[in-house]
Design a protein around this ligand. Structure first.
Ligand SMILES: NC(=O)c1ccc[n+]([C@@H]2O[C@H](COP(=O)([O-])OP(=O)(O)OC[C@H]3O[C@@H](n4cnc5c(N)ncnc54)[C@H](OP(=O)(O)O)[C@@H]3O)[C@@H](O)[C@H]2O)c1
Length: 215
């Protein structure tokens, strides 16, 4: 069993979520509202280690009504500092890493009340094991807020139910792709909803068409 999972990302017209230099401010007010409503709906919000370090997001609900979700980071190499904003706000913080890390390496996180999930060995977290562990912790609704590598890996494992994308009226020309993988995915999608926001942004909601490889 696994949580119902929605990826939420805002991208440039050329499919980038950040420039080479790390600029990623793409949302308008109505987009922020949707993002925070989705956080409030979710039991947990998850980001990749690079997003956690580069953006230091709090992942809390501020532009909508509702309670803060559990805040989760996927970090195979255990590079995120325990002082990140997502861990300093009251409520649970979770790091998903591999079984290669233990003892002293984990102590600095546990001291701050951060929960550690160890899933798989080697350079990649076993995401199937990880989402089962989240489910066992009570997570039924999971929101993924990028970055591109994390979204790619969840999609590749068949662990995503919906993709919510907002298209921002800007061209980046280079930078991190919204789905950033090393091999082709060819994942089919079904468009369920389309809305124009703030007079120029386009919000799209896709259902991910299921494949055989499911949890
Ligand atoms: N516009 C937007 O909506 C938006 C949203 C989010 C992020 N962003 C931008 O996106 C950029 C970051 O994206 P990114 O693609 O570089 O990185 P990312 O997805 O944030 O993080 C990738 C890292 O997460 C860890 N990770 C994720 N899945 C894993 C798995 N299955 N196994 C092992 N480790 C896993 C790995 O860390 P280890 O190195 O520890 O193995 C990997 O290097 C930032 O510049 C950020 O500003 C934009």
């Amino acid at each position: 069993m696994r949580p119902y999972t929605i990826i939420f990302s805002t991208m440039s017209v050329d499919g980038r979520i950040a420039t080479e230099e790390g600029f990623s401010r793409l949302s308008c007010d109505e987009d922020f509202k949707i993002q925070h409503e989705l956080r409030a709906w979710s039991d947990a919000v998850l980001v990749g280690a690079n997003t956690a370090i580069k953006d230091n997001p709090s992942l809390t609900v501020r532009k909508a009504v509702g309670k803060n979700p559990l805040r989760v980071v996927v970090d195979a190499s255990l590079k995120v500092p325990p002082t990140l904003d997502m861990f300093s706000i009251p409520g649970k913080g979770v790091i998903i890493t591999t079984e290669d890390h233990n003892g002293e390496e984990l102590a600095k996180y546990k001291e701050r009340g951060i929960v550690i999930i160890r899933a798989g060995v080697g350079p990649e977290v076993d995401l199937r094991t990880a989402v089962r562990a989240l489910f066992e912790m009570g997570v039924r609704r999971l929101m993924i807020e990028g970055g591109g590598t994390t979204s790619y890996r969840f999609l590749k494992e068949g662990l995503v139910d919906e993709l919510w994308i907002t298209l921002s009226p800007i061209v980046f020309g280079s930078g991190t792709s919204i789905i950033n993988g090393e091999r082709s995915l060819l994942q089919d999608l079904y468009l369920r909803e389309l809305k124009v926001l703030c007079g120029g942004w386009v919000h799209l909601r896709y259902k991910v068409i299921k494949r055989e490889k499911e949890v």
